[in-house]
Ligand binder design. Structure first.
Ligand code: ZN
Length: 98
């Protein structure tokens, strides 16, 4: 019998659902005050997590869930970069997964 392995869980800041950390995307606020998707999961700074769903990114990036959680104002440029990241990496990866 394999031992049940502990799976680290995190909560999506947009919908509030808990999910295994690797199924979420970490967004990090750097000490410089910029906000970006942390593709390595290792960037230092305050982090927040989003599901791989369009709704959650829309809520998180456009409607302020991330800003509230990270306690930062996301610049329009950073917003664009985040949404680009989602379109390029997250949305497409969700389609090919499985
Ligand atoms: Zn979510």
């Amino acid at each position: 019998m394999a031992k049940p392995r502990h799976v680290p869980e995190r909560r999506c800041v947009a919908c509030g659902q808990r999910a295994p950390k690797r199924d979420l995307v970490r967004i990090v606020r750097t000490p410089q005050g910029t906000v970006h998707a942390d593709s390595t999961g290792k960037s230092s700074g305050r982090g927040a997590y989003l599901c791989r769903s369009t709704d959650c990114w829309d809520k998180g990036v456009r409607r302020g869930s991330l800003e509230r959680n990270l306690q930062v104002t996301i610049s329009p440029r950073d917003r664009e970069v985040l949404l680009d990241y989602f379109r390029q990496w997250v949305a497409s990866a969700a389609l090919v997964e499985g």
